[in-house]
Design a protein around this ligand. Structure first.
Ligand code: NDP
Length: 293
């Protein structure tokens, strides 16, 4: 079997089409959804992510605000900025780009964000609401994976979803979302991680395998069941002298071998990647809709 590709660009275009209509409807009621992004320091990868978020906002006709603060910014100064954004009615949603410089306590900053504006869905109150099945927002990357499954017509109810990785931004929320009642979920979920001894034994029982560990080509064909749906969240840059840049991106899955065994697979790049920013935009639109009522 050669797997069908699930392409983030195609799925996200469909969602952007829906978001554009929702943004128009908000504008017709006099509200332009506004997203702010706070960047502390000059980490080059963060600068790229922040720029892309701003560009996407503008492309969708949303108001975009980027606040750049120097890397010497104190925690107090950042918390003051967070309080300002909480109080600003023109900012419907915002996020503080992570990672923050070492001298700033990330948890304290996330705790200070008004949960109704927390479009990254990192605030404990939003994480809790997601867990009890009553979410305001969903965390962007796992929500993107779920949309890829739903919009590719993949049945999730009663199927065994194995999530590899247990980070707070991907693995844990992914598992929490798939175990909920309802469409795109209702799955039987197993989470495996670096302390799981019989990892391959478990992954090879997955109907749907979601991998988010950050280890290039870790999942090999012998770890995957024939006909499984394989979603590769991993993004790893490896050296490749044959590539013009001298390096290229690969996922956590050995794509070439696994695609011969899976029924569906996401490539890297071009798979989950474009979904994350798309679902962030969806959360920003939702934040504005909640204000309008
Ligand atoms: P983290 O480093 O926060 O977490 C990695 C997880 O993988 C941990 O739970 C760790 O286990 C587990 N792990 C590491 N090594 C192994 C192993 N050998 N066997 C089993 N489990 C292992 O990573 P993230 O969740 O933030 O990101 C994972 C990957 O996804 C990265 O490549 C990242 O770049 C990518 N990513 C891509 C996004 C996108 O938009 N496409 C968005 C977010 C992330 P333990 O807890 O036991 O240490």
């Amino acid at each position: 079997m050669t797997a069908k590709l699930i392409l983030g660009k195609e799925v996200s275009e469909e969602i952007y089409g829906e978001l554009r209509q929702r943004i128009e409807a908000l504008k017709a009621r006099g509200v332009t959804p506004g997203l702010a992004v706070v960047l502390v320091g000059d980490d080059p990868a963060s600068q790229v992510y922040v720029r892309k978020k701003g560009e996407m906002c503008e492309e969708l006709g949303m108001r975009s605000t980027t606040i750049v603060m120097p890397k010497e910014t104190t925690q107090e100064e950042l918390l003051r900025k967070v309080a300002e954004l909480n109080a600003d009615p023109s900012i419907h949603g915002y996020l503080v780009q992570l990672p923050l410089p070492d001298h700033i306590d990330e948890e304290a900053v996330i705790d200070a964000i008004d949960p109704s504006k927390d479009v990254d869905c990192f605030h404990p109150s939003n994480v809790g609401r997601m867990l009890i099945g009553d979410p305001d927002f969903l965390p962007a990357t796992p929500a993107g994976v779920q949309q890829m499954l739903v919009r590719s017509g993949i049945e999730t109810a009663g199927r065994h979803v194995v999530v590899v990785g247990r980070s707070n931004i991907v693995g844990k929320p992914m598992a929490a979302m798939m175990v909920q009642r309802g469409a795109g979920a209702d799955s039987t979920v197993t989470v495996v991680h670096s302390k799981t001894p019989n990892l391959a034994e478990i992954t090879s029982t997955a109907d749907i395998l979601v991998v988010a560990i950050g280890k290039p080509r870790f999942i090999t064909a012998d770890m995957v069941k024939e006909g499984a749906v394989v979603i590769d969240v991993g993004t790893n840059r490896i050296q490749d002298p044959t590539h013009p840049k001298g390096s290229r991106l690969v996922g956590d899955v050995d794509f070439d071998a696994v695609k011969e065994k899976a029924s569906y697979i996401t490539p890297v790049p071009g798979g989950v990647g474009p979904m994350t920013i798309c679902m962030l935009m969806a959360n920003a639109v939702r934040a504005a809709e909640r204000v309008v009522g």
